[in-house]
Each structure stands twice: as C-alpha cells, then as structure tokens.
Design a binder for this molecule. Sequence first.
Ligand code: ZN
Length: 155
Amino acid sequence: MNTDLDELYQEVILDHARRPRNFGEIPGAIRVHGDNPSCGDEIDLPVKFLPTGTVEDIKFTGQGCAISQASASLMTGKLKGRTRGEAEEMARAFHDLVTHEVAEPMRQLGDLRLLQGVRKFPQRVKCAMLAWRAFEQAAKEEQGGGAVSTEGAGS
Ligand code: ZN
C-alpha cells in the first residue's frame, strides 16, 4: 500500500475529476489556454471580470490527469465572486500549500487543502498549479486571450 498516494487520491479529488464542477464556456469571457506537456494536461479557462476586478464568472474545459482536473474544478468554485486581490492571495496560498509544509493552510481554500499531498510528488505540482497559472494569466490579460505553459514561455 502506498499511503501517500491514498492521501492524494481522496474521494473528493476523484469525484471532482470524474464530475468536474463549472465545466463549460462563458460567452465573451477572457479565455486562457494552459498546458502541462510533462503530463499531457490541458485546460481552457474562461474568466469574466467585473469592472471592479471581481471575478464575476469562471469556468473551465479540458482534459488530463485527476489532479489537474480536480484542481481546476475546485479552483473555479472558490474564485467565483472573489476580488482580484483575494483571488491572487488564494493563488499564492495554494502554491505554498503544494510546495511547502504549511502548518495552517488558508481556511478559504476549503477542499483545495486536500491537494497538499502533491508536494510529495514534484511532477504532480505542475498538474495542480495548471489552472492557477491560467487564472493568473487571465487576470493579467483582461484585454485579450492568452496561453500559459508549465514549461515556460511559448511552447
Ligand atoms: Zn497531470
């Protein structure tokens, strides 16, 4: 038995991977494509911001491993309705959580905290971060689409 793997692939994670929430398109939204060639994960993230910068609506489509899809499903649920500042703070907190030992994970991350097990599997960190990288790109590019890759600029 691999208890680290058991910890990572918990029922909540598998459920989000099988039946992703917020899966779909948003007409007129900023759309960022994200890919993680090291695993084969791809997502498209449409995000609609209010003029104030608050996330009015956010969805995703894509395919890939359970971790990438569950992270996107959970993330879209948590970021909807957040201000840009709150969303960026959550992105930082999530990154810390999947790369470091964090004594008290940010409470607002909710079930996303279950993904902290990826820090024991460095290749999976890119999977977990893919949707968040796409969101950061969307926040930067409110005026147009864009693309992001875990392998750096371009691809
Ligand atoms: Zn993956």
